[in-house]
Design a protein around this ligand. Structure first.
Ligand SMILES: [Zn+2]
Length: 101
């Protein structure tokens, strides 16, 4: 379990090279709220994780844990967002205060 965690942390730290065409397609799908796995529309009320719908995210996670595929490979193939998209930056003193909690 600890080795899996370490590997995941390591993968977060190491920059992953991604082809610019793959990245462009991934960003387009992400902007259109389409799942990076199956390509179906993700409703705004549905939770999106790593750019995927719930079914794809759960399947990807299962396969990553079973070592059938690595998160790094999914990122390289444009099927897994490698970064957390942050919301709007804090704009006033109160939201800055909240952001720093
Ligand atoms: Zn999907």
């Amino acid at each position: 379990m600890a080795s899996v965690l370490l590997r995941e942390i390591h993968e977060e730290l190491v920059a992953i090279k991604i082809d610019s065409d793959v990245q462009k397609l991934r960003d387009e799908l992400f902007a259109q709220r389409k799942c990076l796995g199956c390509g179906k529309d993700i409703d705004v009320r549905e939770r999106r994780r790593k750019g995927q719908c719930s079914a794809c995210y759960q399947a990807a996670l299962r396969n990553i844990k079973a070592k059938k595929v690595s998160a790094r490979r999914l990122v390289r193939e444009g099927k897994w967002m490698d970064e957390v998209r942050k919301g709007r930056p804090p704009t006033n003193a109160f939201t800055k205060y909240l952001a720093e909690l």
